[in-house]
Design a binder for this molecule. Structure first.
Ligand SMILES: Cc1cc2nc3c(=O)[nH]c(=O)nc-3n(C[C@H](O)[C@H](O)[C@H](O)COP(=O)(O)OP(=O)(O)OC[C@H]3O[C@@H](n4cnc5c(N)ncnc54)[C@H](O)[C@@H]3O)c2cc1C
Length: 250
């Protein structure tokens, strides 16, 4: 069923099988879910997942879709382990390929990008906040490779970078895509990267590299990260109407 045809109807829960699990970093795993009914989505959107314990207790959380819509049939979720968390450790310590979980969605209207939205695009992600930005970048490469895009990606260290090899490869191969890494507890490996947290100077440099004001800016990560990025972006003169944020919590 296409997205327009079922707009407005409640989205039901359905079963999805974990087809494959890939360890991204020490604390992050990708789960590839195959639902009974795959629904099209716009990059940036998220799924709700629901776990039910044997005693009937349920826990529900949201996870951004990291795959591109062209990968029909499967949704990739990128889940970071929070040691004191209720749900995310399940995906690291318990879940196995072949298990079934309940999902609902995809949902989300504001934090979403489609090719017709155009660019330039400034994408700023912290930690697992890169997940929806990966979906946008993967879709851009297929559907709108001429749209200029820059990803400023903050992580603790080189080994904490999700989809690191893919992003470095895209940076090399895709004209119009630029990757800048901000490593808060590691040394930078490339001249364009920085060994510190994202700050106003780094955001200013990113805007200069993009070569013009972004048509849209997407900022995603934990609450303090989103705050730390959006305030300087406004100081640098970006129109608030062009900035879209997704907060993961924390
Ligand atoms: C729209 C949306 C999309 C999301 N997409 C993703 C995603 O792609 N990948 C992903 O890993 N998470 C994502 N999240 C966060 C996710 O929904 C859960 O909040 C997260 O996995 C923690 O759940 P938990 O049950 O393990 O921890 P909880 O038991 O809910 O919380 C444990 C503690 O960790 C804090 N906390 C929650 N999230 C964070 C965070 N990001 N950073 C630091 N502290 C935090 C809580 O405030 C609490 O104190 C998304 C959230 C939203 C709203």
């Amino acid at each position: 069923m296409d997205a327009a045809a079922d707009a407005g109807r409640p989205v039901p829960w359905q079963e999805a099988v974990i087809e494959r699990i890939a360890q991204q970093t020490a604390r992050v795993r990708s789960l590839f879910l195959r639902p009974q009914h795959w629904r099209p989505f716009t990059p940036g959107q998220h799924l709700d997942i629901r776990l039910t314990a044997p005693d009937g207790y349920q826990a529900q959380r949201s996870y951004s879709v990291a795959s591109a819509p062209a990968e029909e049939g499967v949704y990739e979720l990128v889940v970071e382990r929070l040691d004191d968390g209720e749900v995310s450790p399940y995906f690291h310590d318990v879940a196995e390929a072949g298990d079934a979980i309940e999902i609902r969605g995809p949902f989300g209207g504001h934090f979403a990008w489609q090719a017709s939205d155009g660019g330039p695009l400034l994408l700023v992600g912290g930690g697992s906040g890169v997940a929806p930005l990966l979906s946008i970048l993967r879709h851009r490469a297929l559907a709108a490779p001429d749209v200029p895009a820059l990803l400023l990606y903050a992580a603790r260290g080189w080994d904490d970078l999700i989809a690191r090899d893919e992003l470095l490869r895209r940076d090399e191969a895709e004209a119009g895509f630029d990757l800048v890494l901000a490593l808060s507890r590691d040394r930078p490996r490339r001249p364009q990267d920085a060994g510190r947290r994202v700050d106003a100077a780094m955001l200013g440099d990113a805007l200069a590299r993009l070569g013009g004001p972004p048509r849209l800016t997407f900022v995603c990560g934990a609450n303090p990260f989103v705050e730390a990025v959006t305030a300087p972006l406004l100081d640098l003169g970006l129109d608030p109407a062009t900035i879209r944020t997704e907060r993961f919590g924390g």
